[in-house]
Ligand binder design. Sequence first.
Ligand code: GLU
Length: 432
Amino acid sequence: MWAEVSEMILEEATPSTDQELNPWHAAEIRFDEAAERLGLDDGLRKILRSPATEITVHIPVQLDDGRLEVFTGYRVQHSIARGPAKGGIRFAPDVTLDEVRALASWMTWKCAVVNIPFGGAKGGVVCDPSVLSQGELERITRRYTAELIDFIGPERDVPAPDMNTNEQTMAWIMDTYSMHKRSTVTAVVTGKPFQLGGSRGRREATGRGCMIVALQALRKFGLEPNETRVVIQGFGNVGGMAAKLMARAGFKIVCVIEVDGAVYNPHGLDIPALMAHRAETGSILDFKEAENLPREEALYLDCDILLPAAKENVITSHNADRIRAKILCEGANGPTTAAADRILEERKIFVVPDILANAGGVTVSYFEWVQDREGFFWNEQLVNGRLEEIMVNSFRDVVAYAEKHGVNNRTAAYMLALDRVAFAIKLRGIYA
Ligand code: GLU
């Protein structure tokens, strides 16, 4: 009976590309399948299916040339059942409310999978950071924060960096919030500069988490890192850090894919040299001892691990049959559509789903929040050790759950997460 349900749900997702590419739709499909398999009651389903709070703000900002522009910003708090809402803020020209909704719900499930005491949220501002000056970005960030002042806070909703936002953005948010509160409140955001209450190891945390789960997945195939060919899509905070740490751990990073193309060396790329090359030339292309490849071709290379660490919807019903990796380790949020899941499953590709694979970032965000509230800071060894323990245990929990219930890893991760969040809601009861 369950199989029928998932067939039906997935078939619905295949015909229309628009439908398949809407991240909120993808989130709903995964949610429905996990809820169905768990036998979750209707009421809880209704609660968990809809985001708790959605805020849209239109923020006026003066540009450097004196003109006034109005930017649209969102903050969606999907759930606060297990603790304060938690999740990043992204700046991008194509951000939509549906995307932010999906990303907020994925934060709820992600925090539950690694069992840290947070709910899920996400924010987005529709803007193109590539054409904005630092001053303009600062004014956008501060005004966006000011509009959200009553909705965020250490016990309420704790933002963090995401696509096109960074430590500097978090410093501006922290300062704006603190000015309004008339005292310095470091725990209002995570991913801050270390000098302002940030945590050791936060910058590398998402990439490090990817490496830790990739190592666990390798064991399933009896492979050692030095015999493992890795293709990484994205060379930003997640992909770049994962590449650096994995190369250091002995993995052969044979290909890195970026927006303008890919570089390939079957013997493994020298990652620190590739980073220096990009810093110098502005692109990864034309790197010595590597061949330039078109992006599409690179994604379909024969490899052991494919690590998409860029955007949503990279692996869809149109190309999932061309992926030739043994392991798909999802560094990005939502890189695989729900319709592609089925194809990957049929092809027996071992998927480490995003809500597990990229949870290292929010896990160290949790450590940062704890350190800020305690006013006592840990050394990097302690941070990394605790991160490893959480990632390894969560990987084992998800894989054991999948094996026990005969489902794929993604469904197992969702089931585990939904169960934990539903349990919290039941314990708290419904306030009336
Ligand atoms: N933006 C990151 C994510 O998608 C980090 C969120 C956080 O640390 O709160 O997981």
